[in-house]
Design a protein around this ligand. Structure first.
Ligand SMILES: Nc1cc(-c2ccc3ccn(Cc4ccccn4)c3c2)[nH]n1
Length: 229
């Protein structure tokens, strides 16, 4: 059963990159189908408007619910998961990507302006799985880039998409923490040598060195990922 993804956005061109590289191949392989929908196709006024002023005042505009209701109703089934990127959402992570990779149907609602009228989430929550997700503690101009990131992170985990599943196995067995540093040819580059142990062929020493490097990097860059932190 291929994974179907429907993206609803006012900037369909943002998703052209999904036709390239790994994501493009995943679609050609039939493992994943991705459809992009322009929210403005679901408006009914002459100006194809999608936003209005916020109740309660405040800066900016809010996206009106009706075009979203029309657009989501056009693609939703009882198997759908509705994903709404938002800075206020739960944090997207590798475990969440793995969950999404095993879904049947994902609908991404890419907001702009100050966000989407909350009643869209409230309306679908009793009917289907709805997940408000953030990709990190910074504010983007809209949900499109967040959606690209979540699609790429999830689709690469769909069985059969990655050429060498080996890298997924290594990734999943990764110690808590960040990756060790990687090297390739040439053995010396601008006077800099590849760490000797990596050229030694001693696989147990290499594994130990890599584990040490991962710990050093995690301690320096991501102490929050250290065990017991
Ligand atoms: N991790 C994330 C997700 C987002 C995100 C997702 C969707 C939307 C729709 C609109 N905006 C802009 C905006 C600006 C000000 C306050 C609220 N939202 C979004 C931002 N930013 N960072």
């Amino acid at each position: 059963m291929p994974l179907r993804i429907d993206v609803i956005t006012i900037f369909p061109d943002y998703f052209a990159p999904l036709q390239l590289s790994l994501m493009g191949k995943a679609q050609q392989s039939g493992l994943v189908t991705i459809a992009i929908h322009d929210l403005r196709e679901f408006t009914s006024d002459r100006h194809r408007s999608v936003d209005d002023t916020p109740y309660g005042g405040g800066a900016g505009m809010v996206m009106t619910p009706e075009p979203w209701g029309q657009a989501i109703d056009a693609v939703v089934t009882d198997q759908s998961t509705l994903i709404v990127p938002t800075p206020a959402g739960k944090l997207f992570s590798q475990p969440v990507a793995a969950e999404l990779a095993h879904s049947t149907h994902l609908i991404f609602a890419c907001g702009r302006y100050e966000g989407i009228d909350q009643r869209v989430v409230e309306y679908y929550r009793p009917r289907i799985d709805v997940r408000e997700l953030s990709i990190g503690d910074y504010v983007l101009a809209g949900g499109d880039v967040a959606t690209l990131a979540m699609i790429e992170a999830s689709v690469r985990l769909v069985p059969g998409v990655l050429g060498n599943p080996e890298s997924l196995v290594e990734e999943s067995h990764q110690l808590p923490g960040v990756e060790y540093p990687s090297y390739t040819k040439p053995p010396t580059w601008r006077g800099l040598d590849v760490p000797e142990v990596l050229l030694s062929g001693h696989h147990d020493q290499i594994a130990r060195w890599r584990a040490e490097q991962s710990t050093i990097r995690t301690t320096h860059n991501r102490p929050d990922l250290l065990p017991g932190s």
